[in-house]
Unconditional design. Structure first.
Lengths: 250, 199
């Protein structure tokens, strides 16, 4: 696990910026993409996240971290938030926040779970549920930059209706994508629903001999499982980067 | 003037005085780590302290188990915003492990199985504030939470409490660890909200 190079801007104090909701898109029944106007957003690397601060009228304030979904360079930044039942923040972001409403944001942060567009090595993305978000930023960046780095995505969801970014996935993202269903598969699917299996990774990923960089993101149980399978298949642990969503974070 | 998020009410935290700024309380125990969970057998486990002189002290798992342990109950504060109160641990105080280590070093670089590192002033490992912890909530520490043993230094953000700890290097000069080299704060005091460099 080598230390990562540090973009210069991370060395400066990260300041809070006002973000205004410019648009939103419902991705699934419980997940919404927020399109935010953030004047003077300093840009980010795909995979990075940012802090969001919400302040109520009585002055009460709380913060959460969210991965960026958009490619850097876009005028507006995008987050995709999954509503957590009983959560404090996500119900507001997914269902309560109206166009023109504001939050504060600070970032980007994180220098490890990132993909750099100048890199050319093969990349295997393994996402579980809403863990697709930072991987989608990588996929979108690769396409926007015209990168020839070979990408593959293995995307695990409980049921077909849980797929994020469906129109974009169906339309083709430039990244070959295999969707793995864990609870209910589409009719006629050859693969019965099951937890991610080693063969899902061998059939749809890259062989360990090609030494891809693997980015694994999802809930803790998924990440533990998927990263363990990759290690068992011979991928070097130092080439496997993980990002975990706890059941909290709501 | 703070920016108000219209329509946001939030949930007032019941233990506000125990929460550092920007934190919220959780009841579960989230897992955060940068790579696969290393599987370290206690047969192979060792812990070393290397002084700036090069002098090395080494403990096997049996050596560690033979030392008197303490059972701290502490609050944890993760830089990703969650805090967890009254977590119960068992481990060996760093005061005991550093006893008899001759050093004038001011800094420590903590090393983990799997390659993770984190830095902190040596003083922060002393005075009953840091442990090599191997039990959590009455059970052996699980691998995903850093087992067989992790550093526990709860007065700093939790990334300083290195999981899968394997040694401490004592240094005259501060040297950034894994997250500290990637833009996180060198010290990481939750009460001063030192999350990122420059905070």
């Amino acid at each position: 696990m080598a230390r990562t190079a540090l973009p210069g801007r991370l060395g400066e104090r990260l300041r809070w910026r006002v973000a205004t909701l410019a648009a939103h898109r419902d991705e699934t029944a419980g997940a919404r993409t927020l399109v935010l106007d953030v004047p003077a957003w300093p840009g980010h690397l795909p995979g990075q996240h940012m802090d969001v601060r919400l302040t109520a009228e009585d002055g009460y304030s709380t913060q959460r971290g969210y991965s960026l979904a958009s490619a850097p360079g876009a005028e507006r930044i995008e987050l995709t938030v999954q509503q957590v039942d009983g959560g404090e923040v996500s119900p507001y972001l997914v269902a309560g926040m109206a166009l023109g409403d504001q939050v504060e944001v600070r970032g980007p942060v994180g220098g490890w779970f990132v993909w750099r567009p100048e890199s050319t090595e093969p990349v295997l993305l393994v996402g579980g549920g809403v863990g697709l978000v930072p991987l989608m930023s990588m996929i979108r960046t690769r396409r926007a930059e015209g990168s020839a780095a070979p990408f593959r995505l293995v995307y695990s969801v409980r049921a077909p209706a849980d797929r994020l970014y469906l129109p974009e996935l169906l339309d083709g993202t430039g990244t070959p994508t295999a969707v793995v269903h864990t609870r209910s598969a589409p009719e006629g699917s050859a693969r019965p629903p099951s937890r991610l299996r080693a063969e899902d990774l061998t059939v749809h990923g890259w062989p360990a001999e090609q030494a891809p960089t693997c980015y694994v993101c999802g809930p803790t149980g998924f990440v533990e499982h998927a990263a363990g399978r990759l290690v068992a298949l011979g991928h070097a642990p130092e080439r496997i980067r993980t990002e975990r969503f706890g059941p909290t974070g709501g | 003037m703070p920016v108000i998020s219209r329509g946001f009410h939030g949930r007032k935290q019941t233990n506000q005085d125990r929460l550092p700024p920007g934190q919220y309380e959780v009841r579960d125990f989230p897992v955060l780590s940068a790579g696969p969970t290393p599987m370290v057998s206690t047969d192979d486990w060792e812990f070393t302290v290397v002084a700036e002189s090069g002098t090395r002290r080494r403990w096997s798992w049996a050596d560690l188990m033979a030392l008197p342990s303490e059972q701290p109950t502490v609050d944890l504060h993760c830089v990703t915003k969650w805090s967890k109160f009254d977590t119960r641990w068992e481990g060996v105080s760093l005061d005991r492990l550093l006893e008899g280590v001759e050093t004038t070093a001011a800094y420590a670089l903590v090393h983990s199985y799997g390659g993770y590192t984190t830095n902190l002033p040596l003083e922060d490992l002393r005075h009953g504030r840091a442990w090599i912890a191997y039990r959590y909530d009455g059970a052996d520490l699980s691998p995903e939470h850093g087992g067989p043993a992790r550093l526990l230094v709860p007065h700093l953000y939790l990334w300083k409490s290195a999981k899968w700890v394997r040694g401490i290097e004592l240094l005259a000069e501060d040297r950034p660890g894994f997250w500290e080299g990637a833009g996180y704060h060198s010290y990481g005091d939750p009460w001063r909200e030192q999350r990122y460099r420059g905070d």
